[in-house]
Design a protein around this ligand. Sequence first.
Ligand code: 13P
Length: 253
Amino acid sequence: MRRKLIAGNWKMNGLRAGGIALAGDLAGKCKAEAPNCDFLVCPPAHLLISVAEAIAGSGVALGGQDCHTAVSGAHTGDLSAEMLADAGCGFVILGHSERRADHGESSSLVRSKAAAAKRAGLTAIVCVGETADERKAGRALEVIESQVRESLPETAPEAAEASLVVAYEPVWAIGTGLTATPSDVAEVHGHIRKLLIELYGNDTGSAIRILYGGSVKPGNAAELMAVGDVDGALVGGASLKLEDFWAIGRSCP
Ligand code: 13P
């Protein structure tokens, strides 16, 4: 049974006081109420160390939003997977559509970053998803399949549930208030599951968590989290409000 993972991608939001308070409040709630899911927060890089302190001992995990492929070196502005691990991260989001669009990241680069995450002992959350035009043209599954085949590590992760996560985020649903229908989500997640089993074998492919992301809110979370092969959510805007993020976690069956 895959335990649900509710991951907050804060993106480029949050200054010190608010970010530390948000993380600390979530940590307090988790300590008091032992939720039915795993919580993860992925704040911007300048907050990683203070958020690590704010969530220590609460069970809330910490993740970065990107990493470089190299361990260290002349790469101005970048962070390595080892640096994220050193800051207290257990996870890193890779290949988010905003990085694919804003920074021209290709699936093969995402695959190299996933190898770097593995090298540093981080769980990679590899993001895939089609644009509105690709869905309208009936190409959603084809696009997602090629992103999965080209972005995911070639070799099977060692501890499946613990070392690789896939996030399906339709680009047109991110920050728009639009969400994929449960039947579209079921179709895509089922397809990703088949690919994971083909790539890594039945045991590993069945254990990897597949998250849905794109305008997940308290009002639609229960319906989405009840879909087969939806093993959690990658939440943007609603992860910045404690009540909303907590309510999404509480909606896990
Ligand atoms: P929103 O929840 O704001 O749509 O963002 C989703 C997302 O991109 C999470 O990575």
